[in-house]
Write a protein that binds this ligand. Structure first.
Ligand code: GLY
Ligand code: MN
Ligand code: MN
Length: 437
């Protein structure tokens, strides 16, 4: 992502904030995994969206109209000894030169500098409740100013949640963001194809997971979320991530795996037979989910409501469940009684972007939001028929199918970003027959 992209975002946000205001964003904290081992650091998405700055222990401040610079970055100081042990640091000079900060200070000085900045503004934009340590710190600054009231210090009049402005910006993807998302989807597509080629009875779920990770890291990406690799009964567990079992002949394998590339996620699910051939029942369920997905994707266009793809998917699934006699009763009964929720218990998608379940409101007031060009969402209907499902014939048990693609709303309709991932039965079976990697 070019530096210009980040400065454009900062300017846009500052225009919306107006003068005499300040926005404060802390970097993500480092989290402990066990004893002195840390989780791999992932920058906070909001912070990264505005700064492109990769380090922890940093705070970005935007102060529109501030005479001595509008964009201030507090970050760690250079320190040759610490850098020798723990890696390079950008430092204050680097923050100005490489990250286009107008001004930069050591983060260790923030308690002396930031309260002074707060004294001169009416409005503070800050997202409360996501970083409790920093929440406390900010309250401390305000109290410090209040304590000096008799010497003329004034606390800001308003605290405004930053997330509304920022998350609405993040909902509309720019060309550069779409390019990153297309690439993330391509990487996921390679990973899924690799898994399809390698899958056969006797291979384990974790070996398939290893293939996915291989494809991600080879492309300089990471997993956008822990991959779900569930065979047979495990395909019916929505957030199955143990990935510990051996794959059995005759079972389906559900893989939900997406790549994160340059901080943008893909989120792709495919479901295919472990032995390379769908059984009659598996085929019937698979085709039904595929039809539901096609009907849902057909409604992704500007002006249609967020709810429409879900609505269409439910209609197709309910009709199929009734026709196949998996659920009792007519289409109307299945819809009205919501009995379909026994086997389709999640929604048909979510916003997608820097976070896999990305930010942005789904409703405006009481109404579902209208789709607009630049929004990206997943379309992911599924059916999950667990063993011993009440009143469902045994031949359908342990069939869990989800088909998930990433879809960009365009001016005229939509583009399926993950379309390179095979999903027609013939294409999947042909690829599995080919095998090899
Ligand atoms: N991978 C999470 C989801 O599909 O929503
Ligand atoms: Mn998803
Ligand atoms: Mn998914």
């Amino acid at each position: 992502m070019k530096k210009k992209e980040f400065s454009k975002r900062r300017l846009q946000l500052m225009r919306m904030m107006g003068e005499h205001s300040i926005a404060i964003l802390p970097a993500a904290p480092v989290r402990q995994r066990n004893r002195d081992v840390e989780y791999p650091f992932r920058q906070d998405s909001d912070f990264y969206y505005l700064t492109g700055f990769p380090e922890p222990e940093a705070v970005a401040v935007l102060a529109p109209g501030r005479e001595h610079g509008e964009y201030i970055l507090f970050c760690r100081e250079r320190n040759p000894e610490k850098e020798l042990w723990n890696g390079r640091r950008v430092g204050q000079e680097g923050a100005r030169e490489r990250y286009m900060a107008d001004d930069s200070f050591p983060v260790s000085d923030i308690n002396d500098i930031l309260p002074g900045m707060l004294e001169h503004v009416d409005k503070v934009f800050y997202t409360m409740g996501c970083n409790s340590e920093f929440d406390q710190r900010l309250l401390g600054y305000v109290n410090k100013i209040r304590a000096n009231a008799r010497s003329g210090a004034r606390t800001p009049e308003e605290f405004v949640s930053l997330e509304h402005l920022l998350h609405d910006m993040r909902l509309y993807k720019s060309e550069a963001e779409i390019k990153a998302m297309r690439h993330a989807a391509d990487i996921a597509s390679d990973a899924h194809q690799r898994a399809m080629r390698l899958c056969q009875p006797g291979v384990t779920e974790y070996q398939i997971e290893a293939e996915l990770m291989h494809a991600f890291r080879k492309a300089n990406a990471h997993a956008a979320y822990p991959p779900i690799v569930g065979g047979g009964a495990n395909s019916c567990i929505l957030h199955y991530t143990e990935n510990s079992d051996e794959l059995a002949d005759g079972d389906l394998l559900l893989i939900d795996a997406g790549a994160e590339y340059e901080f943008y996620a893909s989120d792709v699910t495919r479901t295919f037979p472990v032995n390379g051939r769908y059984s009659g029942e598996q085929r019937a369920i698979y085709e039904l989910v595929l039809d539901a997905q096609a009907a849902a994707i057909a409604t992704v266009k500007p002006g249609n409501s967020w709810q429409m793809p879900h609505h269409e998917a439910v209609k197709v699934l309910a009709q199929g469940l009734s026709d196949l006699k998996i659920l009792k009763g007519s289409l109307d009964f299945v819809l009205e009684s919501e009995s379909y929720k026994q086997v389709f218990m999640h929604r048909t998608g979510h916003w997608l972007g820097m976070d896999v379940h990305d930010v942005g409101d789904y409703k405006v007031g009481e109404e579902w939001r209208e789709l607009e060009p630049g929004m990206t969402l997943t379309v992911e209907p599924g059916l999950y028929i667990q063993a011993n499902s009440e009143r469902v014939d045994e031949r359908w048990w342990n069939i869990g199918v989800r088909i998930e693609d990433d879809v960009l709303v365009t001016k005229t309709g939509c583009e399926v970003l993950s379309e390179r991932t095979p999903k027609r039965i013939d294409d999947i079976e042909a690829l599995m027959r080919e095998g090899g990697v």
